[in-house]
Design a binder for this molecule. Sequence first.
Ligand code: GUN
Length: 307
Amino acid sequence: MTDRRNDKIIDGKGFAEALRGRIGENVAILKKDHGLIPGLAVVLVGEKPASQIYVRNKGKAAAAAGITATDYRLDTSASQAELVALVERLNEDPAVHGILVQLPVPDQIDPSAVINAIAPGKDVDGFHVINTGRLATGQMTGPDAAMIPCTPLGCLMLLQDRLGSLCGLNAVVLGRSNIVGKPMAALLTQMSCTVTVAHSRTEDLPGICRKADILVAAVGRPHMVQADWIKPGAVVVDVGINRIASPTPDNPDFMRLVGDVDFDAALKSAGAITPVPGGVGPMTIACLLANTVTAACRQNSIKPPAW
Ligand code: GUN
């Protein structure tokens, strides 16, 4: 009998590679036809090891696509005023089309003050309140369209690739963070889904999830979503990246990455599901690059590519 598991596993890594290829082609066209090289400024305050890895990966991916990525490092003790001054300088720099301040920032800095200091058109994370408002009000086209947060944008691309139109489908978003849950819900609403946002205080989470044609899990709790929470045939997008102890005889300290969904069990009932790793994660970086190119186009009155 043929193994049908692979048909159900959504290959985010492969999709992201193809998207990065298209981004690279578009960057080459922008350079050739308009003399425009998209520029991304990546700002890191402090020396958190995980943040350093994320920032390095973002810079490498940008460079591979032909985007000029410039790193800005501030000391852990940097003040909010210093960081805002840097952001304001980058806002004025015409070679910088996208600005990303890696989160979290140290305690002495209010993250929203910094995010909201970024020019909305350069806010490639899509976290500025103006972009949040534009997404909430469905301002999706034109020079002042919303910049869409990268992880929800990546999830949407994978869903549309699998399902085509999402119109009329029941979507449940598990998690209400500003980075994933809330913008994901807004995007799915924009796509004419019927959206429920569920979270740790929701009553009868399994019952709510079982109504979902689309289930996006973004709670940060390893293996929380069980197989019997999933409607047969539903498309499941697992945003969770959780590191759990998984000792082996050779390596008692071994840690592995798992999502918010009990993947092996869920595979039996889901119509399709993203794995962890190799699902949503690679899409987030690819969408950051796409947003940077979109921002560069808008700032130069060039029609952005339809990704
Ligand atoms: N920290 C964790 N995720 C993100 C992200 O998507 N953008 C930024 N700027 N910081 C993060």
